[in-house]
Design a protein around this ligand. Structure first.
Ligand SMILES: Cc1cc2nc3c(=O)[nH]c(=O)nc-3n(C[C@H](O)[C@H](O)[C@H](O)COP(=O)(O)O)c2cc1C
Length: 346
C-alpha cells in the first residue's frame, strides 16, 4: 500500500503519464489490470488557462479510474497555480507537476525538464501550486539536466520543503531523452534525503524488476511506463508475485478479450472514426512478440474503420490459435520502446 497525502492507494504501483498513450481508455485498462494509481498525459497549464477545447478534453475522466492523478506542465507559477485549481475542479484526486519532459517544444518554454536548471523557479511553482491545490500534490523529475548538472537531490529537497506530498524520480538526465539506462542509485539517494514518499521510475519491463527497484532503492512506489504499453497486465503480474503466486501471463483468448475491451472503450471515448487510427497503434503494441505479427502488421496498414480492424484482429488470433502457439512467461520478452520522435528531442 502507498499513501500520498490523504490518498490511500490500493497498492504501490503507478501507471506513468505518457503523452499520446495514457488517455482515458488506456488508464481504465491499467486500473482494471492492477495499477494502484493512473496518471493523465501531461496537460498544458497555458492551454487550460485559455480554455482551449482540446486541452480541456484531456480532463475527461470516469469514476472507475479513480483515484486519478492529473499532470500539468508550465513555467509560470500563477498560470500553474490556476491550472491546478482547474484540474481539481474537474475531478483530479492528485495533481502532478511535470519537471522532466525532454521534448524541445516544452523545454523552450522553460517548462518540463528545463525547470531542473532553475531551483528558484521550482520553488516558486511548487509553492504557488501548493497554495491553490487542496488535494495531494506530487512532482515528477529526472536526474537533472545533464550528467555534469545532477540536481535530483536538490530539487527533491525543495519540492518537499514547498509542501509536495510525494516525488517521482525517473533517473535519466533530460539531455539523454530515453537513451541509455536509468540509474537507480539516484532514486536511492533521493530516498535517503527526503521524508515524503518516493516513487521510482525507469526501465521496468518485467514484473520482477519492480521488486528489484524497490529492494535496491528503498522507494515507496514503482511507476511503470513503456513496460505497460501493449502489456497492461504487468501490474497484475507484480501483484501475483507479491502474493507468492506465479505471474499470470494472459493466454490468447484473454489477450484477445483485453484488446477488444480496450477498443470498445476507445470507440466510446473518441468515436468510431478517431478510434480506428488509435486502434491500429494499439493492435501493433498488443501483438508485439506474437507469431506472425509482421504479417499482421502488413495486413492492417491503411485500414480506416474499426470493424474491419477488429475482423483482421479476430482472423489473426484464429490463425495463431490454429498454429497451436501457446504463451508462456518466456515467449514474449524484451522492452517495448516507444521513443519520442527524434525531431521532438532537444
Ligand atoms: C511516448 C511517451 C510519452 C511520455 N509522456 C510523458 C508525459 O506526458 N509526462 C511525463 O511526466 N512523462 C512522460 N513520459 C515519460 C514516462 O512517464 C516515464 O518517465 C519514462 O517512460 C520512463 O519510464 P519507463 O522506463 O517505465 O517507460 C513519456 C514517455 C514516453 C515513452
Amino acid at each position: 500500500m502507498l499513501q500520498i497525502g490523504s490518498v490511500k492507494l490500493k497498492n504501490w504501483l503507478v501507471m506513468a503519464p505518457m503523452a499520446g498513450i495514457t488517455n482515458l481508455p488506456f488508464r481504465i485498462m491499467a486500473k482494471r489490470l492492477g495499477a494502484g494509481l493512473v496518471t493523465t498525459e501531461m496537460i498544458s497549464a497555458v492551454g487550460l488557462s485559455i480554455g482551449q477545447e482540446r486541452t480541456l478534453g484531456y480532463l475527461t475522466t470516469h469514476p472507475s479510474e479513480r483515484p486519478l492523478a492529473v499532470q500539468i506542465f508550465g513555467s509560470t507559477p500563477e498560470v500553474m497555480a490556476r491550472a491546478a485549481g482547474t484540474v481539481v475542479d474537474a475531478g483530479a484526486d492528485l495533481v502532478d507537476i511535470n519537471m522532466g519532459c525532454p521534448v524541445r517544444k516544452v523545454i523552450k518554454t522553460g517548462a518540463g525538464g528545463a525547470l531542473l536548471r532553475s531551483p528558484r523557479k521550482v520553488e516558486e511553482i511548487v509553492s504557488a501550486v501548493r497554495r491553490n491545490c487542496n488535494v495531494p500534490l506530487t512532482v515528477k523529475i529526472r536526474a537533472g539536466w545533464a550528467v555534469d548538472q545532477p540536481s535530483a537531490s536538490i530539487i527533491a529537497k525543495i519540492v518537499e520543503n514547498c509542501g509536495a506530498d510525494a516525488i517521482t524520480v525517473h533517473p535519466r538526465f533530460v539531455v539523454q531523452g530515453f537513451s541509455g539506462t536509468s540509474d537507480w542509485t539516484i532514486i536511492a539517494r533521493v530516498k535517503d534525503q527526503i521524508k515524503i514518499p518516493v516513487i521510482g521510475n525507469g526501465d521496468i519491463f518485467s514484473p520482477s524488476l519492480a521488486f528489484e527497484m524497490k529492494r535496491e532503492t528503498g522507494c515507496d512506489g514503482v511507476m511503470i511506463g513503456r513496460g505497460a504499453v501493449g502489456n497492461p497486465w504487468i501490474f497484475r503480474q507484480v501483484l501475483d508475485l507479491e502474493r507468492g503466486l506465479p505471474a499470470h501471463m494472459p493466454g490468447l483468448d484473454e489477450r484477445r478479450s483485453i484488446i477488444m475491451e480496450h477498443f470498445r472503450l476507445l470507440s466510446i471515448s473518441v468515436g468510431e472514426t478517431r478510434a480506428a487510427k488509435n486502434m491500429r497503434g494499439l493492435a501493433l503494441w498488443y501483438t508485439k512478440g506474437l507469431p506472425y505479427s509482421n504479417r499482421f502488421r502488413g495486413s492492417i496498414t491503411g485500414i480506416k474503420d474499426s470493424d474491419t480492424l477488429m475482423s483482421a484482429l479476430d482472423r489473426y488470433f484464429t490463425l495463431i490459435k490454429e498454429s497451436r502457439f501457446t504463451i508462456s512467461n518466456r515467449s514474449i520478452s524484451g522492452p517495448t520502446t516507444y521513443p519520442l520522435p527524434v525531431e521532438d528531442r532537444i
